[in-house]
Design a protein around this ligand. Structure first.
Ligand code: ADP
Ligand code: MG
Length: 692
């Protein structure tokens, strides 16, 4: 057996279990050895229930003795858990039904959380983890026991925690001796890293709790090095081709277009345009990221690039993440483009067939220069005569795979991706390490930062009073409701109910509209148009408006259930108001229970208006809903490294990858081994084809 051997041949695994493991990303023995315990249970960390005290955070292990949903002023779930020394109540105020079903009498749980006293000792909203009998026995032997993450499917295929431990032990036995380190010894010394074997042994059976982090760090080092190799290698591949098309100097159409704009480009926009045009004139295809805070005016920069392309008889594909946004871009730009003789069109999932087919045909024949659309642009029937420029708006909503698909519609077109999620430089070099980066760091003139406050739900009556005075002054208000999953019916229903409540009771003197993803296109468009034309005072919306919707006259935004949003998302939302010269106001309403992290997030949201700072803070907070994962950027998912705590490894691993891939490299033998190892690992994962 070797590191790369398929897992199914390991004794005790077999095809069925292998399939279940594959689904969590474990295909080889190496993967299995890199499978991180979710946590460890160390006997010294467990408090006997009988010695719990109020106002400390503790971990306990016990058996479920009983449970029940209690009515009262506030409905709650109470679960009683006990060990030989005593028992304690676990309390939940939210998610009662689901949690109630989770617990079965007699089962053993590890519980972690703060202990409080209210008529009795209790733990409110603690972290829970079901553990098996055998685990608790091991704990009593005094070892540090790894607890592996589990899924329903793993359990169904017989991969209980105990079995996981068995097969991992077996894997350690069968390849342990053969684990030789691909990192040169010099590197280990220079970067103060453990040898691989020691790291792997300690990640599963740590010599002490201090060893866990050292072991993890080494494995994270390897993972990030692989990632950097992948990215930089992709970049090298980009620059190894020459594009077919050539650009002339900017001509009359472009000049007329710029003159006709209702505003003057800011210096930052003009700089961005210059950089992009220089790329377009270059022999190598452009791969550029345009990043800038929400509302900084990226769209017009992209449009100038597409006009430049059209002038040179090249087509542009402009891909947006939502239908609404694609429609909006199309509606905003169709006429100014037509005025200079450039034909634009929209491909929409909701278009009638004949209209769509006509667009497809005209696109293929080259009659359409600029096509707007969602990922519908990626579908097979969409063909270009001469795609020269691929623009991807709100790129964090797409994966690299989709970027690659769009690029594939042409012969090495130039690519411009845009994002309103500016990120710190070290991180950008990783997540966008295959791209050149242009940042727009200033907002158009006259734009004042949106004043932001957050309040608890109890303040709603005062907020409504305040809003009414604003409505009477003729201001327009967005009400935003969270929609975590597009398909979540309950949340849609909640948004609809709130809409009726606001329309029929609270704001019955005003005109209220509703828009969300499930509303038919016509009605949705009408609502947005009416809001834009000031026929509506209030627009109730789900997060569909988060990405890019531009209604300059709206100046106030109320964000409901703000505790559920991530910091960057809140910031994106807020960017929708205060665009019309009037300063914007954002009111975030949080509904208890508000976790500590949500509290900090909301404080930061109210205190900071700079998108770059927000991103950095988001990175540090890592609340739920954070989107700094590599996955969202279409990169392979990180299983061990955590971009928020392993930032120190980013520049190091990048430096090594650059060194290994340099054309004039003078590698010693060990480095050569490492390079081969990285290339094989990348090949093996077939990510090279998936990536770019
Ligand atoms: P984003 O960068 O978030 O995509 P948009 O491109 O949607 O921002 O621009 C936001 C708003 O700013 C739009 O209404 C746009 O017309 C306006 N805008 C863009 N550039 C300028 C400028 N130089 N001066 C004034 N307004 C501008
Ligand atoms: Mg935009």
């Amino acid at each position: 057996m070797r590191f790369n051997s398929e897992i199914q041949y390991l004794k005790g695994v077999g095809p069925r279990r292998a399939a279940a493991l594959a689904r969590i990303g474990i295909a080889t023995l190496g993967d299995l050895l890199h499978f991180l315990p979710r946590r460890y249970i160390d006997r010294t960390m467990i408090t006997p229930i009988g010695s719990l005290k109020a106002n400390v955070t503790a971990t306990i292990i016990g058996r479920i003795l009983g449970k029940g949903i209690l009515k009262g002023k506030r409905q709650r779930l109470e679960v009683v858990i006990g060990d030989d020394t005593g028992y304690v109540a676990l309390i939940w105020f939210a998610g009662l039904r689901y949690l109630e079903k989770t617990f079965t009498k007699g089962e053993i749980y590890a519980i972690t959380g703060p202990v409080t006293y209210f008529q009795q000792l209790q733990m409110v909203h603690p972290e829970i983890e079901r553990i098996e009998d055998i685990d608790s026995q091991l704990i009593h032997t005094g070892r540090i026991v790894p607890i592996y993450p589990s899924t329903a499917e793993l359990k169904e295929s017989g991969l209980s925690g105990r079995v996981m431990r068995q097969i991992i032990n077996r894997a350690l036995e069968s390849v342990g001796d053969m684990i030789h380190d691909h990192l040169p010894a010099d590197y280990l010394k220079e970067y103060d890293q453990w040898p691989l074997l020691r790291a792997i042994l300690n990640i599963h059976y740590p010599e002490s709790t201090d060893c866990i982090e050292r072991a993890r760090k080494r494995l994270a080092f390897d993972e990030l090095l692989q990632l950097q190799y992948l990215i930089l290698n992709t970049r090298r591949n980009y620059t190894s081709v020459n594009k077919r098309h050539r650009y002339l100097a900017p001509g009359q159409k472009l000049k007329t277009f710029v003159t006709a704009l209702p505003f003057k480009l800011t210096d930052a926009q003009a700089d961005a345009v210059r950089e992009i045009f220089a790329d377009m004139k270059n022999d190598k295809p452009m791969h550029r990221l345009l990043q800038g805070d929400v509302g900084c005016g990226k769209t017009v920069v992209a449009m100038l690039a597409s006009v430049y392309a059209a002038e040179n008889k090249l087509q542009t594909a402009f891909m947006a993440p939502t239908e609404l946004l694609a429609e909006q871009h199309y509606h905003n730009w169709r006429e100014p483009l037509a005025a200079i003789g450039i034909e634009a069109a929209l491909i929409s999932g909701k278009q009638i067939k004949s209209e769509k087919n006509e667009n497809i045909l005209r696109l293929q024949e080259g009659d359409i220069s600029i096509i707007f659309g969602t990922h519908a642009l990626l579908s097979a029937p969409i063909k270009f005569k001469n795609l020269g420029l691929a623009i991807i708006d709100e790129q964090h909503r797409f994966g690299v795979l989709q970027r690659g698909q769009l690029i594939g519609k042409g012969d090495h077109p130039d690519t411009l991706v845009m994002t309103a999620t500016p990120i710190p430089r070290t991180l950008a070099l990783t997540l966008y390490g295959d791209l050149d980066i242009t940042s727009i760091r200033s907002l158009p003139p006259g734009r004042q930062p949106t004043k932001t406050v957050w309040r608890s739900a109890a303040s709603r009556p005062e907020i409504y009073k305040f809003l009414k005075t604003k409505l009477q002054d003729g201001e327009q208000i967005f009400f935003i409701y969270p929609l975590v999953e597009k398909s979540d019916k309950m949340e849609l229903q909640a948004a609809e109910e709130e809409y009726h409540r606001l329309k029929d009771t609270v704001f019955s003197d005003f005109k209220v509209g509703l828009v969300h993803g499930r509303i038919k296109k016509d009605a949705r468009e009408k609502a947005i148009r009416d809001f834009r034309d000031r026929k509506l005072d209030i627009l109730v919306a789900t997060t569909v408006i988060e990405v890019g919707i531009d209604i300059p006259s709206a100046s106030i935004m109320v964000i409901e259930h703000a505790e559920r949003f991530g910091l960057s998302q809140l910031h994106q939302l807020r960017g929708r108001v205060g665009r019309g010269g009037k300063p914007g106001t954002a009111i975030a309403i949080a509904v208890p229970p508000i976790s500590e992290i949500a509290n900090r997030r909301l404080d930061l949201f109210a205190a900071t208006s700079d998108g770059f700072q927000i991103s950095e803070a988001d990175l540090k907070l890592r609340g739920p809903g954070e989107f700094f994962g590599t996955r969202q950027h279409g990169l392979p998912e990180l299983k061990i490294a955590d971009l928020s705590i392993d930032t120190d490894l980013l520049p190091i691993t990048r430096k090594i990858a650059i060194h290994l891939l340099a054309d004039d490299k003078s590698l010693d033998r060990e480095e050569h081994h490492l390079l081969i190892y990285l290339a094989e690992a990348a090949d093996f994962r077939q990510t090279l084809t998936r990536f770019g």
